[in-house]
Ligand binder design. Structure first.
Ligand code: PG9
Length: 625
């Protein structure tokens, strides 16, 4: 009798428990039941063989386009199907049916050859000279001629470094390449990833070795793993403060870490970095382009925005579009019901992107007639303030008006030019107590979470200058790039200047709703955009110049594009500071030839001034819709 009661209770519970929401992340799709896998070594024009894995639909009732992904992060780590459960950009495209191809780029993992970071593009007049675009051309040529059941059309996509290989693939101009989607694509390592406007991304400390070792054999093992430095503490701020000058970092890297040596020996934007900038090569592109970027991408935001704008400028007849969403690095590829960046949530935006933007782009150009009318807009941009998508015929929007806010006495920010003859704010920038970049630093491969974080921890510091508008009486939408024009002085002979654009939430309790992360947004100072300028490069990134102590000096600091509505009842805030640690390395504040070789004694305190008077105004200019 008791057993019967127990059984019936179990039955009732089982029937009453709500069906688990159809969670796209957990939805199982058996790749092996639908795709055959084959591996190949494809010979490049100089004889080097690149390891390539091909996943072909078992259903041979139709011909399929090829979707190619070239990577420096192993196309099949540990020999496993790295893409188990998801082949291609999304499960939607996997179920639709494509021939998915993954390739280790030259010099990585199972491929032969020597690896080079952001390998310079060569003159293609020399028939045996190779770069990533010639390797892509040779790979596509082999694929369309040798892979069974392909329809002769090739698409390419990639996120981050694979995004860069997609861009270099687009300039290969192979006639079969019809659709190319560089996503979070690196354009230039001096403005993406390892540097921001001359400052070294110290928070890449653990990632640096990954790109500085030549492998000794073909392997699917994550052969760089042994080189990942273990800080021995979760407290990045403390570790790097104790480490001291950058020259002390060298002891953590082997002498054979060629990339660290290159970083140290090329502190300025010299030929070494200029030759690795892909932007000057974005000409005569025949593939149809969809560039994708995350508006909160801490690694590669410069890349996608400048890739799209450069193609737009140099290729008037190329189909070239851009998608910018509420994403940190690569979020859009993760299928989940609620996309979050830090404490902020954006709902099922990733699923909308995958099913209504990305899959239709590739379907149109690879499975249909592929005419210019794809049904998609020139620019699909998400407003991170009003939390909705917008379609534009150009980016930035044609009807956006340029407006300027001026920094004013008393921490004010408004559209009137300063009238007073005098007026500046001052603070002490102390390398021994730098401004943290976040309240919740995680020791990771790279920093990803801080781009939309609450900045109240910073605005309460005496070495962070804060300027804010009165409460907005109507919505203010910023759409496009921004330019901070500061008039500063320093008692030192070098210094960094960081500008942060912040959306200040009302204090009122009605905004005190809980976010999914159970935090309250009342009074939240959400970072919208931020950027650093290493002052020595204010005139040229190739030729650093010192400051004259206490001389008023102009610092022009472009900030990457935003699409953000500051709602009525909110305020716009600007913060200015001179360290952002350990996101970036510390500026000694004394001009030295090479900061990577500076000594402890070179690091000095400096008194910084920010001027906001009628003869020396500081401001931020933006595009308002
Ligand atoms: N762009 C990203 C990255 C490059 C180099 C070092 C660390 C990160 C990426 O490829 O994920």
């Amino acid at each position: 009798r008791y057993l019967l009661i127990l059984l019936s209770c179990c039955l009732i519970i089982a029937c009453s428990s709500p069906q688990k929401a159809n969670n796209p992340q957990k939805e199982q799709y058996d790749v092996k039941a639908h795709y055959d896998k084959s591996t190949h070594y494809i010979t490049m024009r100089d004889g080097v063989k690149l390891f390539t894995t091909v996943y072909s639909p078992k259903d041979k009732s139709q011909k399929y386009p090829i979707m190619m992904y070239r990577t420096c992060y192993s196309s099949a780590p540990y020999g496993k199907d790295k893409y188990k459960g998801k082949l291609g950009p999304s499960t939607t495209m996997m179920k639709e049916g494509y021939i998915f191809v993954y390739q280790d780029v030259r010099g990585r993992y199972m491929s032969e050859g020597t690896f080079d970071n952001m390998r310079p593009i060569v003159e293609h007049t020399d028939s045996t000279a190779t770069d990533e675009s010639t390797d892509t051309f040779d790979t596509i040529d082999w694929l369309v001629k040798n892979v069974e059941n392909n329809n002769g059309k090739v698409g390419q996509w990639g996120i981050s470094y694979p995004g860069h290989y997609t861009t270099t693939g687009a300039i290969s101009n192979h006639p079969a390449l019809k659709a190319s989607s560089p996503q979070a694509c690196i354009a230039d390592f001096y403005f993406d990833d390892f540097h921001h406007r001359g400052a070294y991304t110290l928070s890449y400390f653990r990632a640096t070795p990954v790109f500085g070792y030549q492998k000794t054999d073909t392997t699917t093992k994550a052969w760089y793993a042994p080189h990942m430095v273990d800080l021995g503490t979760p407290d990045m701020y403390d570790f790097f403060l104790k480490m001291g000058p950058l020259k002390n970092a060298s002891k953590y890297y082997g002498k054979d870490n060629f990339f660290w040596q290159q970083l140290v020996e090329h502190p300025d934007y010299d030929e070494f970095w200029q030759s690795r900038n892909i932007l000057p090569h974005l000409k005569n592109i025949s593939a149809n382009m969809m560039v994708v970027g995350g508006l909160f991408d801490a690694e590669d935001l410069y890349g996608p925005i400048h890739t799209y704008k450069t193609i737009e400028k140099n290729n008037p007849n190329t189909y070239n579009t851009i998608v910018l969403g509420p994403w940190s690095h690569g979020d859009w590829s993760r299928r989940k019901e609620n996309q979050m960046v830090g404490n902020l949530s954006y709902g099922a935006v990733n699923i909308y992107y995958q099913d209504s933007i990305e899959a239709p782009f590739f379907h149109h150009f690879l499975k249909e007639d592929g005419g210019k009318n794809s049904g998609l807009p020139e620019a699909y941009v998400y407003d991170t303030g009003s939390k909705d998508w917008h379609k534009f015929q150009q980016w930035p929007p044609k009807n956006a008006l340029e407006k300027t806010f001026y920094l004013k006495q008393g921490g004010c920010l408004d559209s009137e030019q300063p009238k007073s003859a005098k007026g500046f704010d001052s603070y002490i920038s102390d390398p021994a107590k730098p401004v943290p970049y976040s309240e919740r630093m995680k020791v990771s491969f790279t920093p990803r979470e801080y781009m939309s974080d609450d900045q109240r921890f910073a605005s309460r510091r005496p070495d962070v200058m804060v300027y804010e508008t009165p409460v907005l009486t109507e919505d203010l939408t910023m759409a496009g790039d921004l330019l901070a024009k500061l008039k500063v002085s320093t008692s030192g002979t070098d210094s960094d200047w960081i500008v942060k654009l912040i959306d200040v939430y009302p204090d009122s309790t009605k905004n005190d709703e809980f976010t999914p992360e159970r935090i309250k947004l009342a009074g939240y100072q959400q970072m919208v955009r931020s950027e650093i300028m290493r002052g020595r490069y204010r005139e040229s990134f190739s030729k650093p110049v010192p400051f004259t102590p206490n001389k008023i000096t102009a610092i022009d600091l472009p900030l990457q594009d935003v699409m953000h509505t500051f709602k009525k009842g909110h305020k716009v805030m600007i913060q200015v500071q001179s360290s952002w640690f350990p996101l970036f390395d510390l500026n000694p504040q004394k001009f030295v030839k090479n900061i990577y070789k500076a000594d402890e004694s070179d690091f000095i305190k400096a008194e910084q001034h920010i001027y906001h008077n009628k003869n020396h105004a500081s401001s931020i200019t933006f595009k308002a819709l």
